[in-house]
Design a protein around this ligand. Structure first.
Ligand code: HEC
Ligand code: HEC
Length: 194
């Protein structure tokens, strides 16, 4: 019976795994499997509320996970998830994700051309200094905003503006000057980056 046979094969491979890999410390890609459900395979999120984390600097990912763990960064779920991992495990995953290719979510999103145009001006004047290269600089310690899912950017910005999450002082000075339409425009601009 084919079903039985494949079952036996499966058992065989589980046993093989048991003798070799299960005893060793989990590898980076094994650890990252638990993140894939939300952040997508290799960290490229299929959206819209979970950010793409592929290609972000390892430093950034490690720092963010630390802040989720100690509660200094607001989150809906990452606080709980981050607590489940040791610093060594986080470092392994951070290196793994830093090496993956960032893939823009722009082609999959419905965006508004007028808002993107207006957002470009807002960006140049208020955000470009820190969020380099239209928010696409991979090594940026400010994360990657360009090509990110719009809903994720909107939630994050709402957390900042409602005070659930603290902004760096200089960013707050810029953000506080902007009205809702300007904020929406600049987030559309970031989301539109290929
Ligand atoms: C159940 C869904 C889910 C799982 C599983 C998950 N995440 Fe997240 N992740 C999110 C959401 C949603 C956010 C946005 C913050 C929040 O609301 O918690 C996020 C945010 C992040 C960020 C911040 C990204 C940025 O640009 O600042 C990092 C880094 C991250 N997750 C890493 C991980 C790692 C590593 C794992 C696996 C150990 C993981 N996540 C598992 C849903 C998830
Ligand atoms: C003085 C530097 C600076 C300026 C100016 C600045 N930012 Fe930021 N921004 C940061 C840093 C640093 C972070 C990383 C998180 C943190 O430390 O708060 C960040 C994070 C963010 C995030 C969250 C990223 C994530 O994945 O969690 C968003 C959204 C954002 N900035 C939007 C903007 C917008 C829109 C502007 C312009 C109106 C702007 N920022 C101007 C420094 C800046």
């Amino acid at each position: 019976m084919p079903a039985k046979k494949s079952h036996a094969m499966l058992m065989g491979s589980v046993l093989l795994l048991g003798s070799s890999q299960l005893m060793a410390a989990p590898s980076a890609s094994m650890l990252a499997n638990t993140c894939a459900g939300c952040h997508g395979t290799n960290g490229v999120s299929t959206g819209p509320a979970a950010p793409t984390i592929a290609g972000k600097s390892a430093e950034y990912i490690k720092e963010v996970m630390e802040y989720y763990k100690d509660g200094s960064r607001h989150s809906t779920i990452m606080g709980r998830i981050a607590k489940g991992y040791s610093d060594e495990e986080v470092a392994l995953m951070a290196d793994y994700y830093a090496k993956q290719k960032f893939v823009s979510a722009a082609p999959k999103q419905k965006l508004d051309a007028d808002k993107i145009k207006a957002g470009k001006k807002v960006y140049k004047k208020n955000c470009a200094k820190c969020h380099d290269e239209n928010g696409r600089l991979p090594d940026d310690d400010s994360g990657i905003l360009g090509g990110q899912w719009l809903p994720y950017l909107q939630y994050t910005m709402q957390d900042y503006r409602d005070g659930r999450q603290e902004m760096t002082k200089k960013m707050k000075k810029k953000v506080d000057k902007l009205d809702d339409a300007q904020i929406e425009a600049v987030l559309q601009f970031f989301a539109s980056q290929d």
